[in-house]
Design a protein around this ligand. Structure first.
Ligand code: ADP
Ligand code: ADP
Ligand code: MG
Length: 480
């Protein structure tokens, strides 16, 4: 019997993982909740286990996922990103049950999932970071500490949930009154979102670039980096578009940042794949922000420029192999851009469009184009999960060629039924600042013009093209 690996996730990442598992000649075990019963990850897996009625609670139920793994006889679990991926209790439960968790140890996840502890480890390793506070004490004492911190470092100040993630639990504070008001609110919110009410402060980096480094490490401590990604184009501290490598011209600086990431990984006894995130200010000072202990949504851009299959490598490392390549073997080629195509209406404050059925799905193809998705024509998007439908990653030799390809692909992409972020991304792909490659996390705030597009005209012209194509093909059965 083949060794089985269970995929504790859904959507595009479940499919990404299943593909890698099957390529390595393991059997993939999918899990699902009722709202996902028509999802493609169930169909392409070698077997599937129903976890419960959901929504969301069963994907997050450690005992149920472990039980599914034991019942199916899975030797390992890949958690993907989100859900249980950064839950140290889940990694611990796998360790206790003798199931291989495809990721770092529960101890590493515990340390790095806590931004205050992570900063402490990195400070000891001499890694640069913005000034920050310890966890704020509850009540007036914490508020007084915060006000003193702000007097020292000057507003604006970032108030962050210690165990936060996914761009949530981050607040920009402008003055003492706001600080007094927001600390208790932030605490309550952190408690409900992350089950941990602790918050702390960081000095704000004004209009920074978000640059992160992919790292991979084996159990013997061999640690390599796979270069940089720029994820500065964000909305509410959440990434929308990611590129590799960073467009910063100073290659020596980028190399120093990559080497710092390797030091950070070693300082935390890192194993498997991870991402070290940094902020870079206008004077090109760089500051450690956090380490994500999982595969990232945007890992595809790194795969495109390095040729290294990150998920395949993750699995092989977890199953006991060592890294088969050294730092000098990692070669970067060209540029890659990923866009997260979401079922959301950008013109209505990115309102989710879940619950709608995809009536037409026509994806672009050709040289340098990669799609990681899970929806198909006739699929009704469950309302209860995130709105990511498909990631489109394009690769090109030069930055200009890559942006040209991106624009062409967005023009070719037809999804009808739900509104999507495609027409909004097309605006970005035509924007001069984006094309120059020089942008920071304030990009969207500075470009309200990107939201001025005629969605209906876009849709109509794409559908007209599609109808013309179908009509033409009706007369020529040999057309591609
Ligand atoms: P999460 O765990 O939610 O990913 P991060 O700490 O990585 O949180 O921060 C997410 C984003 O918030 C960053 O990419 C950046 O845009 C913004 N941010 C966080 N901390 C700071 C800071 N000190 N100064 C400026 N921007 C920040
Ligand atoms: P495989 O499973 O094919 O034996 P490895 O475990 O050796 O692959 O490597 C995992 C990933 O890293 C694959 O995507 C492979 O193509 C890539 N890779 C391996 N060696 C090198 C190298 N020397 N340079 C670049 N990429 C490599
Ligand atoms: Mg982050």
């Amino acid at each position: 019997m083949k060794t089985k690996i269970l995929v504790a996730n859904r959507g595009e990442i479940a499919i990404r993982l299943i593909r890698a598992i099957q390529e390595l000649s393991y059997d993939a075990v999918a899990v699902y909740e009722t709202p996902d019963k028509d999802s493609r990850h169930i169909r392409i897996a070698d077997e599937a286990v129903w976890l419960g009625a959901g929504p969301r609670c069963d994907y997050l139920d450690i005992a149920k996922v472990i039980k599914a793994a034991k019942r199916s006889g899975a030797a390992a679990i890949h958690p993907g990103y989100g859900f249980l991926a950064e839950n140290p209790d889940f990694a611990k439960a796998c360790e206790d049950e003798g199931i291989i968790f495809i990721g770092p140890s529960s101890e590493v996840i515990t340390n790095l999932g806590n931004k205050v502890i992570a900063r402490r480890i990195m400070a000891e390793a001499g890694i640069p970071m913005v000034p920050g506070s310890d966890n704020l004490a509850a009540g007036d004492e914490g508020v007084e500490t915060a006000i003193a911190f702000a007097a020292k470092y000057e507003y604006p100040i970032m108030l962050k949930a210690t165990c936060g993630g996914g761009g949530r639990g981050i607040r920009l504070i402008e003055n003492d009154d706001q600080m007094r008001e927001e600390i208790p609110v932030a605490r309550a919110e952190a408690k409900s979102a992350f089950n941990d009410e602790r918050v702390y402060l960081e000095k704000v980096v004004i209009e920074p670039k978000h640059v992160e480094v992919q790292i991979m490490a084996d159990r013997d401590g061999n640690t390599v980096h796979l270069g940089t990604r720029d994820c500065s184009i964000q909305r509410r501290n959440q990434k929308l578009i990611e590129i590799a490598p960073s467009m910063i011209g100073d290659k020596e600086l980028l190399n120093t940042i990559c080497e710092t990431a390797v030091t950070a990984a070693k300082a935390s006894n890192y194993f498997n794949a991870g991402t070290v995130e940094f902020l870079i200010d206008k004077n090109f000072n760089y500051y450690f922000m956090e380490i994500n202990t999982r595969v990232q949504v945007e890992h595809t851009v790194t795969e495109m420029i390095t040729g290294i299959d990150i998920v395949r490598t993750q699995i092989k490392l977890a199953m006991g192999k060592n890294l088969s390549f050294a730092q000098e073997d990692v070669q970067m080629r060209g540029h890659a851009i990923e866009m997260r195509i979401n079922a959301e209406d950008p013109q209505a404050d990115f309102m989710p469009e879940g619950g709608k059925t995809v009536s037409v799905y026509r994806s672009p193809g050709g040289y340098g184009v990669r799609l990681d998705g899970f929806v198909y024509q006739g699929f009704t998007i469950p309302e209860v999960y995130d709105s990511l439908l498909v990631k489109m990653t394009v690769h090109g030799f030069s930055w200009n060629e890559t942006v040209d390809r991106l624009r062409r692909c967005l023009q070719n992409f037809v999804i009808t039924g739900p509104k999507t972020t495609i027409p909004f991304y097309l605006q970005i792909a035509k924007d001069a600042d984006f094309m120059s490659g020089d942008f920071d996390t304030s990009y969207l705030d500075k470009h309200p013009d990107l939201f001025n597009y005629d969605d209906q005209a876009n849709e109509a012209s794409k559908l007209a093209n599609l109808i013309a194509e179908i009509h033409h093909r009706g007369h020529n059965p040999y057309a591609a």
